[in-house]
Design a protein around this ligand. Structure first.
Ligand SMILES: [Zn+2]
Length: 63
C-alpha cells in the first residue's frame, strides 16, 4: 500500500519519534510528555509583551 509510510509517520511523535498510541496524541503529533514540552517551547518563542521583536524594529526603521 502506497499510503502505509504516511500512516506510520503520522502516528509517530514529531519530537522523539515514538509511536503514538492514543488518538489525542496522534491528533497533536506528540506523545503526552512531548506535547507538554513542545507547548513550553512554543511559549518561550512568543515575544514578551511590551518588547519589540526584530521585525517591529525593522518596520519602525522603514517608516
Ligand atoms: Zn515524544
Amino acid at each position: 500500500m502506497s499510503n502505509e509510510i504516511f500512516t506510520i509517520r503520522a502516528r509517530r511523535c514529531k519530537r522523539c519519534g515514538r509511536l503514538l498510541t492514543s488518538a489525542e496524541a496522534v491528533e497533536k503529533g506528540y506523545g503526552c510528555q512531548c506535547a507538554a514540552k513542545a507547548q513550553a517551547e512554543e511559549d518561550e518563542k512568543k515575544p514578551i509583551p511590551g518588547q519589540m521583536t526584530i521585525e517591529d524594529l525593522f518596520k519602525n526603521m522603514e517608516e
